[in-house]
Design a protein around this ligand. Structure first.
Ligand SMILES: Nc1ncnc2c1ncn2[C@@H]1O[C@H](COP(=O)(O)OP(=O)(O)OP(=O)(O)O)[C@@H](O)[C@H]1O
Ligand SMILES: [Mg+2]
Length: 395
């Protein structure tokens, strides 16, 4: 799949922008703070309805404006779809999703329309930090292939929050027991969501494990350095999920109430990473951490392609400058054939890549981003006029 057009309106430091990217590699270069990451972030919004760097939609709305808009026209297997997200954090309605210009009732409608894999320097936290980032990595990957999974996650999160609130209230009122009729309905929703979430996570982790190990080896070149990915599940394989989850939740009520947290559930799971069988976070060197993070993302790319039959769109934010020439070239080889959006501070950072379209991103006097095409790439003849259809940004 690839993006044929991209539109931004009041998005971060963009006033208006319409861009017709190359189906291959698109390089965005320019000084720090110009708006390169902002552009990639907007593509990420169109894929999964959230930023890759902040959980707060408000930040993506241009300063002084009420709402922001980002939209893409995606070509997949001969068909096209127009996907757009409007962020309006001020009005309590956090965001609206449009598919082919029609308002979709749920955010989950976005999932699978445009699939992306995003590489950024923050990927190191996948390895270095706690399980939350790894769960998000797994959840975003599965959600992009399975909207029902995303809906189950949302239902789970809402029910979890409700149950937590009730337990907190019970504790505040000095109760020693939690009345069944207060929490049972939420526990039922949580258990039913588990029946969707757990098998999908297990299946995806199993698909990822060998691929991640192979990608790790491809980068490190060291046979003995075994990278392991293991799904640390909240329920053993083979148990009947709904009754078992209900039992655990009910049993845990007093303890959950006392501790103010929920001990059981998919929100406590992990994708455990190991090197030589030892926990990676505590054991690996900087270089090994970097290699593992890259291997996880490459595995996501490979598994998404294998499971959907289409290459996802790649977002490479600031990762090139962190890789040595050999790793840069092997990364470009791995991802060849996929539409790629790359940011660099210098155009020469992608010197090894022959066919690409390059854009310079600069700041105008009023600190708005301005995108100028500096190199068209091979597919240019097919298009009429310039590839940057930018409206004037000066007023
Ligand atoms: N909501 C907003 N409204 C207006 N401007 C914003 C908003 N959010 C961020 N910016 C501006 O966007 C710029 C940052 O853009 P971005 O992160 O895309 O930079 P970059 O080109 O990726 O830089 P670097 O090379 O340092 O990574 C900053 O100048 C910041 O002030
Ligand atoms: Mg940046």
């Amino acid at each position: 799949m690839y993006i044929r057009q991209l539109h931004l309106y009041n998005y971060r430091n963009y006033d208006r922008l319409t861009l017709a990217p190359h189906p291959g590699v698109n390089l965005f270069f320019g000084q720090n703070g110009a708006g390169k990451t902002n552009l990639l972030e907007a593509v990420h919004y169109c894929a999964v309805g959230r930023s890759h760097r902040t959980p707060y939609d408000r930040e993506a709305v241009r300063r002084g404006e009420e709402s922001a808009f980002c939209g893409v026209t995606v070509c997949r297997a001969g068909a096209e779809a127009e996907i757009a997200v409007r962020l309006m954090p001020g009005e309590g309605r956090k965001k609206q999703v449009f598919i082919d210009r029609k308002r979709a009732p749920r955010l989950s409608a976005l999932m699978g329309q445009l699939r992306v894999v995003c590489f950024s320097p923050e990927d190191l936290s996948l390895v270095r930090e706690g399980p939350a980032g790894r769960r998000r990595y797994l959840d975003m990957m599965i959600s992009q292939m399975n909207p029902a999974y995303f809906m189950a996650l949302q239902t789970y999160q809402e029910a979890l929050a409700q149950r937590r609130f009730i337990l907190k209230e019970c504790r505040r009122q000095g109760r020693t027991e939690v009345p069944d009729d207060l929490t049972a309905v939420y526990e039922e929703q949580m258990a039913r969501s588990c029946a969707v979430i757990l098998p999908e996570r297990r299946k995806m982790a199993e698909a990822l494990t060998p691929v991640a190990a192979e990608k790790y080896l491809g980068i490190s070149g060291r046979e003995g350095e075994k990278f392991g990915v293991r799904y640390a599940a909240c329920l053993e394989e083979g148990v009947e999920i709904v009754p078992e989850a209900l039992r655990r939740l009910k049993e845990n009520r007093p303890e959950d109430m006392a501790r103010g947290e929920t001990a059981f559930g998919p929100h406590r799971e992990d994708l455990a990473l190991t090197l030589y069988g030892k926990e990676m976070r505590l054991y690996a060197s900087q270089g090994q951490i970097r290699t593992a993070a890259l291997a996880l993302k490459l595995a996501q790319f490979a598994c998404t392609e294998r499971l959907t039959g289409e290459k996802p769109v790649l977002l490479l934010d600031d990762v090139m400058s962190e890789l040595d020439l050999g790793r840069r070239q092997s990364l470009l080889k791995e991802i060849s054939g996929a539409q790629t959006f790359v940011t660099c501070t210098d155009e020469s950072d992608l010197a090894g890549c022959e066919d690409l379209r390059a854009y310079r991103v600069t700041l105008t006097e009023n600190l708005l981003a301005c995108v100028t095409e500096t190199r068209a790439g091979d597919a240019a003849e097919e298009e009429e006029g310039g590839n940057v259809l930018e409206e004037p940004v000066f007023e």
